[in-house]
Design a binder for this molecule. Sequence first.
Ligand code: M6R
Length: 610
Amino acid sequence: MCGIVGVVSNKDVSHKLYEGLKNLEYRGYDSVGMCFLHNKSFLQKKGVGKLAEVQKKVNFLRFKGNIGIAHCRWSTHGGVTEANAHPHSDCSNRISVVHNGIIENYSKLKDELVKKGHEFTSQTDTEVIAHLIEDNLKGYSIEKAIQLALKKLEGSYALGILHADSPSKLFAARNESPLILGVGNNENFIASDVPSILGYTNKVVYLDDKEIAVLMKGSFKVFDLDGRQLRKKINVINWSREAAEKGGFKHFMLKEIYEQPRAIADTLNGRAANNHVVFDKEFGLSENYLRKIKKILILACGTSWHAALVGEFMIEELARIPTEVQYASEFRYRHALLDKDTLVIAISQSGETADTIAALREAKKQGVKTLSICNVMGSSITRISDGVIYTRAGPEIGVASTKAFTTQLSVLYLLTILLSKLRKTLNEGQVKSMIECIRKIPMQLPAVLHEDDEILRCAELYHKRTNSLYLGRGVNFPIALEGALKLKEVSYIHAEGYPAAEMKHGPIALIDKNMPVVFIAPHDIYTYSKILGNIEEVKSRGGIVIAIATEGDKEIPKKADHTIFIPKTLYTLSSILAAIPLQLLAYHIADKLGRDVDRPRNLAKSVVVE
Ligand code: M6R
């Protein structure tokens, strides 16, 4: 899980590499490095720490060169040391490589190379790539040597490669790890994601697995591993550079929380009106097929898995299709049996989560149809699936997922309406009123965001507590899980989510005057009165109650220490509104504790390793 950027230009590239890395730091921040190619020799510098720390020591910006590669690392093989930081070189220091991914057979390859006399200077899997290219260079062109080397690799890679004797060329390749090409004016780029180069170009080529690109300042070519040239489409990206920046907020996480009215409105735009739901052409699944499916299986990880649980509730309740949710990481090793009438849905913000990709591939092997719900255009998951629904959240930079989550819920709700309509489990009037309610959500969100003062007060009072419980029921049980996950990941406070009724089966033993308990308790016809009882149980044991309630609720404020109101909406949609105060609570607590909110320790934005 690392970030790569590379540039070949008619000018010095150090600023562009530096800016590109700054935008990629969410992918890895234990060490950084750059290599410039100048007058047929390399200037290579690297160091341990975040980009700004290493910059203070080495000042990357002083280096000359019209071609260069850069890398920020999140270690997988080998400790966090300067020697293990990228780029890595061959014995002759004529090849320089940056890599994201894992070479699974590196140890066998390394043994073979060592026997042939290659000398290694790091413990990384990446270094074998540089030596392997060097080994194949004898008698072959650099292009051929790269092809031959890549054919020996097992595992995942996104690569940027420089060869000192090819001073006008930047080489790139990918297999199961994200890499894009950026097409500029008299300069071309490689990068792990689109936002990192959006300041320079919005023209992007998506590399596919087992493809090699050769970039020069005014042109690029893409080949397969046998050297056959491929035709690639140039895509124009409509995300603005500003969309990927903080826009005056202290952290990306806060900016992204506040962007949710826009993100949800964009996600709904053109897809839901009157009594119709229509997805874009990438949806790819016919109405006929959707009428016939007998089961839905949703695969995802982390926050996207919580969205899947909400989706399960919505689809079963309204479209009446049996639905199951599994962790992608578990599914792939379960030897599950899939019926051909099962639709498999993968949910992923990044579209690059290794476990979700592997689970989706496993499902595809069994011949079922697959649909992905994803935020990143052209990402791996979207290219594996038969159909895609994009959430239009825009780039999500904060490691903690916020706007991606609520846009996932919005898409799942639209999908539920479409399925309900096709299968006639809801009548036209019901469909129309559900569409009206979701279209109101972006207008209702500012009221939720206005509750921020009370949420901040809770953060001020309770940020030093070391444990907390999140309780919800029905569609809001996954929201309790998500609230607890948000708090854990950004504040490092232990938090657990439970179905509220389960509290009495164990967690109630934890309640005392030091335990904040967050209840997600919007008004509903099924469980509201039971949740009131659960609040009493916590209060009578001295616990602190923070409740999310529907505006106008008179009962909850009498019992809870703090009440945060969300507007009235349909029960299923209350999940979207209720998620937001929990994101804000986690954010403010983490900020009060001085945590690195956008880059919490040990976490990375896209978990591209298993
Ligand atoms: O990109 P994905 O949605 O596939 O990522 C899945 C999880 O890694 C992700 O949701 C993770 O749990 C986030 N840090 C949550 O905020």
